[in-house]
Write a protein that binds this ligand. Structure first.
Ligand SMILES: CC(C)(COP(=O)(O)OP(=O)(O)OC[C@H]1O[C@@H](n2cnc3c(N)ncnc32)[C@H](O)[C@@H]1OP(=O)(O)O)[C@@H](O)C(=O)NCCC(=O)NCCS
Length: 201
């Protein structure tokens, strides 16, 4: 298992606490996603039970069941209370969630990792790209992180294209730790605040 992020710059105590506070008080993201609650369990389960959605995502519990998704939501509510994690739910009124976003924070390094998915019938139209650009901007500008790291399964071409178009630096292969205690081979990228400034020029 590879420890992420690779880049670890100690944040000041004030900076780390500001990130924790921003996470604790988050209600929504720019794409319209909001904090997932137990009321979202069925819609999130309906999204994640599709293996095309959940198979590529190492951080999800497997197998996907209603109970596992309920526990996943609960764990993230506890992480939010500590300022260390967010599970965001995108609702468009359908029975199946339109998308979701899972963000893990390391306030001590002013860093985070974002994962997520959009519903199959919303894919392939740059919805994921546009949502990712907005989310990364929000993480730097509103939450205050200085580093975003990303992982993707080795055959996840869409995510690789998306990250490299946005300006992430590819740093090689790693072994990601799954919630069940196993490992998943992943590609790994990072974007620092300085990388982001260069990518926007
Ligand atoms: C990854 C995901 C969020 C991307 O969202 P999306 O809206 O489908 O992606 P986009 O339309 O923005 O496309 C991203 C890139 O992949 C390309 N792409 C789309 N479908 C593709 C396919 N079947 N094969 C190869 N490339 C593909 C797009 O052309 C685009 O590249 P481009 O900018 O060079 O044209 C979405 O596909 C998804 O939810 N997948 C399942 C879960 C997952 O893999 N999550 C990420 C793991 S953290």
């Amino acid at each position: 298992m590879t420890k992420i992020p690779f880049t670890r710059r100690q944040a000041s105590a004030e900076h780390a606490e500001a990130i924790r506070n921003a996470v604790r008080t988050t209600e929504t993201m720019p794409c319209g996603a909001r904090i997932a609650t137990q009321a979202d369990t069925d819609a999130l389960t309906a999204l994640l039970i599709d293996p095309q959605i959940s198979d590529p995502i190492y951080s999800l519990p497997k197998p996907i069941t209603r109970d596992a998704v309920s526990a996943f939501i609960d764990r993230h509510l506890q992480e939010r209370a500590r300022g260390e994690g967010l599970l965001m739910f995108l609702d468009d009124g359908e029975k199946t969630a339109a998308g979701y976003c899972d963000i893990q924070f390391w306030p001590e390094w002013a860093a985070c990792e974002l994962g997520g998915a959009v519903r199959t019938n919303r894919q392939g139209a740059h919805t994921g790209f546009d949502g990712a650009v907005a989310a990364f901007g929000w993480l730097f500008d509103e939450i205050g992180v200085d580093l975003i790291c990303e992982t993707a399964a080795r055959n996840n071409i869409r995510t690789a294209k998306l990250l490299e178009h946005i300006g992430f630096r590819y740093l090689g292969e790693i072994e990601s730790e799954t919630p069940g205690g196993g490992v998943r081979a992943s590609h790994y990228w990072e974007m620092t605040r300085a990388d982001r400034t260069v990518a926007r020029k």
